[in-house]
Structure formats: C-alpha cells, structure tokens
Design a protein around this ligand. Structure first.
Ligand SMILES: [Zn+2]
Length: 113
C-alpha cells in the first residue's frame, strides 16, 4: 500500500525532528494533503496508527488538513482552482494547466513534549 510508505516517511521525519529539537514524544501531527496528491485519507489514518505503534509517536493524533488544488492556466495567465488532475480551466476551458498546489503531502505542525 502506497500510504504505508508515506506513513513510514512521516515517522522518519518525526524521529529526525526529535533528535534535532530534542523532544521525547509526539502528541499530534497535522498533515496537509493536497486534493490531487492521490493520498487516501482513510488509508492514511489506518497506516499511521499501525506505523506509530511502539515509537515516539505511539498514540499520537493525526489531524488531516485537505488542501484544495490550484493550477496556473497558461491561457488566462492566472491561478485557478481545480478539482482533479486533467481538469480543464474553469474560466477558459483550456487544458494547458500546470498544477502549482495540491499535489503534495507535508507535515504542517507538530505538538510535542
Ligand atoms: Zn484558463
């Protein structure tokens, strides 16, 4: 499962940050997931709970923030909001869009102690 390796990546970041910032436990993780990232939120929650067991984040809460996707329309020369990859520009109907936001996943914030 794709989400399992993503969660392992998140845990790796938590462990690195714990060393760098010198904290012992992670209580909450806020994760931003772009609407075009292809990440399944429910699968993410399931894998997260499995991956954090017996780690510094054991029992941590996962807060997921879904980020709407944005793209740059070459034709309109402006940023537009799109729902899915390969959608046409909502203003002019052009398919010459470059996704600028919403196709990634990142850790926004951590609550630690
Ligand atoms: Zn356009």
């Amino acid at each position: 499962m794709h989400e399992m390796s993503l969660c392992e990546g998140v845990l790796q970041v938590l462990e690195d940050e714990a060393k760098r910032q010198n904290f012992q436990r992670v209580k909450t993780v806020w994760l931003e997931i772009g609407s075009m990232s292809g990440v399944e939120v429910e699968a993410m929650r399931f894998c997260f709970d499995a991956v954090i067991r017996h780690t510094l984040a054991d029992g941590a809460k996962l807060e997921i923030i879904e980020v709407p996707a944005e793209a740059w329309c070459l034709n309109c020369a402006q940023t537009v909001t799109v729902k899915q990859r390969y959608d046409a520009c909502p203003n002019c109907g052009s398919y010459q869009l470059q996704v600028t936001r919403g196709d990634e996943m990142r850790i926004k914030e951590l609550e630690v102690e």
